[in-house]
Design a protein. Structure first.
Length: 275
């Protein structure tokens, strides 16, 4: 026996799946998990960790949903049927309502972590919105990523009433810039057809992975110098990053992209475990 679905209206399960997809679930979850690991590394109490996680999750959700809402017409012109709003998997009104609700929740949860911490986190969220609202089409497209990824470790530290070490925001900012370069790479053709000309587009496909690698290797150096980890950990990280950097420069096909992603993962791990 099959469910009776009204014409033009997706089943509830499909709408939920579409809502999750429109929130850019992968990056949203990755950033939230990274912040949770930073909070644990900073010795925040369990309840504080959950509060920080909730604030970051709602902030990332509103950034993801606003991105798809603002890009709807562009995605339609590009034929992006993989986008839930374009395919009709989820109504525009539902995504808009979810975006506004998550923004309201983010405001409350952020300031529940403290006034200074809340202000820093909202700056991170504002950077994400600034990217969505137009900075992604300029040579300054990297700035929101630098601000957001550099600010999140500061938010975590302030939520725990401590001052972050200098290398947390610097390493985070470099990691964010590298992530931006790599994140844009799969969408270069679609973006070119709709007039998006951020920094990665100006670099061109040939140079994105190498430039991202330089930035990510710099992030590795900042974290290692700033944290002074055990020699064994520093050596292992250096060797792994060095090998991956060679693959970026000398590899073919998707290997340079995957190797650069590997460096980003090493940097994120170092940012959490080396303190």
């Amino acid at each position: 026996m099959t469910a009776d679905v009204s014409p033009g209206r997706a089943p509830a399960t499909s709408r939920v799946a579409g809502l999750v997809a429109a929130a850019h679930a992968g990056p949203t979850l990755a950033v939230t998990v990274l912040v949770v690991l930073l909070a644990v590394a900073a010795d925040l109490a369990p309840g504080r960790v959950l509060l920080v996680a909730a604030a970051v999750l709602t902030g990332q959700l509103t950034i993801g949903w606003s991105n798809d809402l603002l890009d709807l017409q562009r995605d339609r012109r590009s034929g992006r049927t993989d986008k839930p709003l374009v395919s009709g998997a989820v109504p525009v009104g539902l995504v808009r309502a979810a975006c506004l609700l998550s923004l309201a929740a983010c405001l409350v949860l952020s300031f529940a972590c403290g006034v200074a911490a809340g202000a820093v986190h909202l700056l991170c969220v504002a950077a994400g919105w600034a990217y969505n609202l137009g900075l992604k089409s300029t040579v300054w497209s990297w700035v929101p990523y630098a601000v957001a990824f550099g600010g999140l470790p500061v938010f975590v530290a302030l939520a725990g009433s401590t001052t972050p070490p200098w290398w947390w925001p610097v390493g985070g900012a470099l990691l964010g810039i590298g992530a931006h370069l790599l994140n844009v790479l799969p969408d270069l053709d679609d973006d070119a057809g709709t007039g998006v000309r951020g920094l990665p587009h100006r670099l061109g496909e040939r140079w994105i992975a190498p430039v991202a690698t330089v930035v990510l290797v710099a992030a590795t150096a900042v974290v290692v110098v700033g944290s002074s980890p055990p020699v064994a950990l520093a050596v292992v990280a250096g060797v792994v990053v060095g090998v991956l950097a060679i693959l970026v420069v000398a590899g073919r096909g998707r290997l340079p992209f995957l190797a650069a992603i590997g460096i980003a993962l090493v940097d994120a791990t170092l940012l959490v475990v080396a303190r």
